[in-house]
Design a protein around this ligand. Structure first.
Ligand code: OGA
Ligand code: NI
Length: 360
């Protein structure tokens, strides 16, 4: 009986560095299906319901957080508490980060991904905390399925790092990282207040002055069969909070009340989500929410996620003040942020929340 022989697919040999990027693979032409290394079978029950009407995703008006009117402030703190409790994800509008700066940031990141593979390769590294890292997937040493995304991660705080190429990256990313960090600082103050703690409680206990900030750009090429690949599988973010911007190709999905929801961001809003260290600090009052990035078959998507965390040496424990108020024992053992990041990269946490590894 004759068997059907399909034409050989291009494959990826990361170990031998023959191909580093999904961008190169996807944009080389001729790819009509998802190569087997990238085939990600998602559970049909886990599809986001495209037809769900507006889920009333929370929107926080940043100008009200900065307001001196006690009425406005107490209303916005109420909304923020609700957003943190019910979603762990919210959109921030009137944040003051110029639209042009957000666009330029996306453009310079696009410029980086457009560089020849040879020039990007010098930033390939296995060391988690190298200041500049680029690569594909998540951690190719442990990933069982490769992700349909390339990334560039640059540490921008406590030390600012940059790249000589593409032109403009340095200036734009410096300004962007500062402006985003200012928003993050104000949000943390407000979040402290929603917990009935002093406004600077989180800053002080997390050694925010030396806190980690990473500019993590994701590049998701168009995919011939988006149902069978994944940009980033379900995960929670490390750190206290992540602020994300993106181009106009949606793809972020958030788990809410057990269902996956398409995050339909208001253009030019900042997407904010709480991270694992917020969950530890609040002893589970505010959750680090599961989310994922799906891909599309139309055009490349770029997002820039900016996680903000404590200083690397900070040992994060549930805040004693909250534990006392809740009348419940601490849910987590203390672990330094640095050790937590190592844990997150390990096979032990593959497709799982690291929080389970430190739960008491
Ligand atoms: C991330 C992330 C989602 C997106 O980088 O951690 O969740 O929409 N990104 O790109
Ligand atoms: Ni994330």
């Amino acid at each position: 009986m004759a068997s059907i022989v399909s034409p050989p697919q291009k494959t990826v040999d990361i170990q031998q560095n023959k191909m580093i990027s999904i961008k190169e693979l996807a944009e080389s032409g001729g790819l009509t299906s998802v190569p087997s290394e990238y085939t990600f079978a998602s559970n049909p029950n886990d599809q986001a319901d495209q037809n769900d009407p507006d889920h009333s995703m929370p929107t926080i008006d940043f100008s009200l957080i900065m307001s001196t009117s006690p009425d406005q402030r107490s209303k916005i703190l109420h909304d923020l508490r609700k957003a943190c409790e019910e979603w762990g994800f919210f959109m921030v509008i009137n944040h003051g980060v110029p639209e042009s700066l957000m666009k330029n940031m996306i453009e310079v990141c696009q410029g980086f991904f457009n560089l020849p593979e040879e020039e990007k390769k010098v930033y390939q590294t296995r060391n988690l905390l190298d200041p500049i890292k680029c690569g594909t997937s998540f951690n190719v040493e442990i990933d069982k399925v490769l992700l349909w995304r390339d990334f560039l991660k640059v540490i921008s705080h406590p030390q600012f790092h940059s790249l000589p190429k593409p032109e403009g990256y340095s200036e734009v990313s410096l300004e962007f990282s500062k402006r985003i960090r200012e928003v993050a600082t104000e949000l943390l103050r407000a979040i402290s207040e929603t917990l009935e703690l002093e406004a600077d409680y989180i800053e002080k206990s997390m050694n925010w002055d030396q806190g980690l900030q990473i500019l993590a750009a994701n590049y998701y090429p168009a995919c011939p069969d988006p149902e069978n690949a994944i940009g980033i599988p379900p995960h929670t973010d490390h750190g206290l909070l992540t602020i994300l911007i993106q181009n106009d190709m949606g793809g972020l999905q958030v788990q809410h009340k057990g269902k996956w929801v398409n995050w339909n961001a208001i253009p030019n809003s900042l997407v904010v989500n709480l991270g694992d260290h917020m969950q530890i600090l609040t002893n589970d009052k505010y959750k680090s929410v599961w989310h994922r990035a799906v891909v599309n078959n139309k055009a490349p998507r770029i997002s820039i996620a900016v996680p903000h965390g404590p200083s690397l040496e900070t040992v994060v424990v549930p805040a004693p003040e909250l534990v006392e108020k809740q009348g419940q024992p601490p849910a987590y053992k203390g672990i330094s942020y640095h050790d937590f990041l190592d844990l997150q990269q390990s096979a032990k946490c593959y497709m799982k929340s690291c929080l389970d590894a430190i739960r008491l």
